[in-house]
Design a protein around this ligand. Structure first.
Ligand code: SF4
Ligand code: SF4
Length: 468
């Protein structure tokens, strides 16, 4: 059963896929996007080879559970920094979307960059273009095979690049130059990533933007009437019509002219298959192809360019655009506060991570000399690139700290758990507890204090604990 109207731009009325082979509008915006896209591709493929302070510029070292970023090393105990960074990033996306709409989608998203500037040019080279809902004409078998073979080659290269972000280029080089049988898991990951890229860029394509990407869904709540969007000037363009058709009688004098000649070029170049003349739509990824296409048409028919242009809903309605709005100010304040906090925390980041925990088992024991003994566990992580020695001591004179070794040595980025016995006189305990602090002294004299609550007898020691 056919639907009375088209529901999605990429669905036929009978529910089958409406294939999109967009034409290309080589306008000034496309030229700029192309330069930017190739710059981004160079950055993306080049980052795994770049180093800073002798470390990878960016590497999510999964086998060793480390993250290298801009010359610093982050360990699993540093998740608070990552969480803050993610919060700042999300608020930054909110801020950017409120100001410049979906500029990220059209100019910088890897989905758009790779699809429009790598895979589609390959496709156009081998099989041509047909516009929305059409089929390319040059569909000889060898062309289709050559196209998919090139897709496969590019996808494999990108999959290897993707993998190098998680294992590093040296490890990857070793894997590539040895038999897959020696590293089957890595080989399967590479095969899966290649397959996912072939599926996404060869078949799924605009569906990722339209139905899979959460950011695309979010945009309607992030935009307001002053956000920069790609808009069709209805006042200038409507009523649309072919150039040769007689001019309609305009009852509304505000409709000055009908610049839209209904050539459908803006639709034929659209990678998501929509008609921007129907207003702002969730499918629009702000790629600006319709602007380039329409400007070319306007130039040809000697009308001013800009019938479709970057603008805002308020500007299109004749109101003065406002850059500073409450939501923009709130998002900006959030971004600033988050990154300021992150900077301060990173600046004061301790070279070691110290956590004090109680050991499982008996809460305390009474020693032969009449002291109350608690057993604790000290979790220590060396965050630096050099070996580190640490000493544990008491902060108060009525406390004794006993460790197996007076000095604990940690290799770079090593984590260790050390048992610590702490002894205090029963008089130190009030209502069965004694709140005190232990001090960890690092090489160079830097100290880290950790509070701990010791358990002991209520009042006097008799019968309160377990004699050793
Ligand atoms: S490209 Fe311009 S003139 Fe042609 S249909 Fe689109 S808006 Fe109208
Ligand atoms: S409507 Fe225009 S800007 Fe939006 S996706 Fe289509 S071509 Fe790109």
């Amino acid at each position: 059963m056919e639907a009375p109207d088209r529901v999605l731009s990429t669905l036929e009325r009978d529910g089958s896929r409406r294939w999109i082979y967009p034409r290309l509008a080589k306008g000034s915006l496309w030229q700029r996007r192309r330069i930017f896209a190739y710059f981004l591709i160079a950055v993306f493929t080049g980052i795994p080879y770049m180093r800073m302070n002798g470390k990878p510029l960016f590497l999510i070292d999964l086998p060793h559970r480390r993250l290298f970023l801009l010359g610093s090393t982050f360990l699993p105990t540093d998740t608070v920094y990552l969480a803050l960074f993610m919060v700042g990033l999300i608020l930054g996306i909110f801020f950017l979307t409120a100001v410049v709409g979906r500029a990220w989608c059209g100019w910088a998203c890897p989905q758009t960059v790779y699809l429009e500037f790598l895979y589609r040019p390959i496709e156009r080279l081998f099989t041509g273009v047909a516009g929305v809902g059409g089929r390319p004409k040059r569909l000889a078998a060898w062309r289709v095979i050559a196209k998919h073979a090139t897709f496969l080659f590019v996808s494999m290269y990108l999959a290897h690049t993707f993998l190098s972000y998680f294992v590093g280029v040296d490890q990857l080089r070793h894997w590539v130059t040895t038999s897959p049988a020696l590293h089957p898991v890595a080989f399967l990951v590479m095969l899966f990533t290649t397959g996912a890229m072939m599926f996404n860029f060869g078949w799924f394509r605009e569906q990722t933007c339209i139905i899979a990407c959460p950011y695309g869904r979010f945009q309607s709540v992030l935009l307001d009437r002053d956000s920069l969007i790609i808009s069709y000037d209805t006042k200038r363009g409507e009523p649309r019509g072919k150039m040769r058709s007689p001019l309609p009688v305009l009852e509304d004098s505000s409709l000055e002219s009908r610049d839209c000649v209904d050539c459908m070029m803006c639709v034929n170049v659209c990678p998501t298959g929509i008609d921007i003349r129907n207003g702002l739509q969730a499918e629009c990824i702000a790629c600006a192809q319709c602007i380039d296409a329409c400007d070319a048409v306007m130039t040809k028919i000697k009308r001013p360019i800009g019938l479709i242009r970057y603008s805002s809903q308020n500007a299109m309605a004749g109101q003065t655009p406002r850059l500073l709005r409450p939501r923009v100010a709130i998002y900006w304040a959030g971004v600033f506060a988050t990154f300021a906090l992150l900077t301060v925390m990173l600046w004061n980041r301790s070279p070691a991570d110290v956590t004090l925990l109680r050991s499982l088992g008996r809460p305390f024991v009474m020693t032969d000399s009449g002291l109350v003994e608690n057993e604790l566990r000290l979790k220590l992580t060396n965050r630096t690139d050099e070996s580190m020695s640490l000493r544990v001591s008491a902060l108060t004179p009525n406390l004794q700290v006993l460790t197996a070794d007076p000095t604990i040595t940690l290799a770079p980025h090593e984590s260790q758990e050390a048992p610590v016995r702490v002894q205090a006189s029963p008089a130190s305990f009030k209502l069965g507890t004694f709140d005190t602090k232990l001090r960890v002294t690092l090489d160079g004299g830097r100290t880290i204090d950790r509070a701990c609550r010791l358990l002991g007898p209520f009042g006097d020691s008799e019968g309160a604990g377990n004699a050793r």
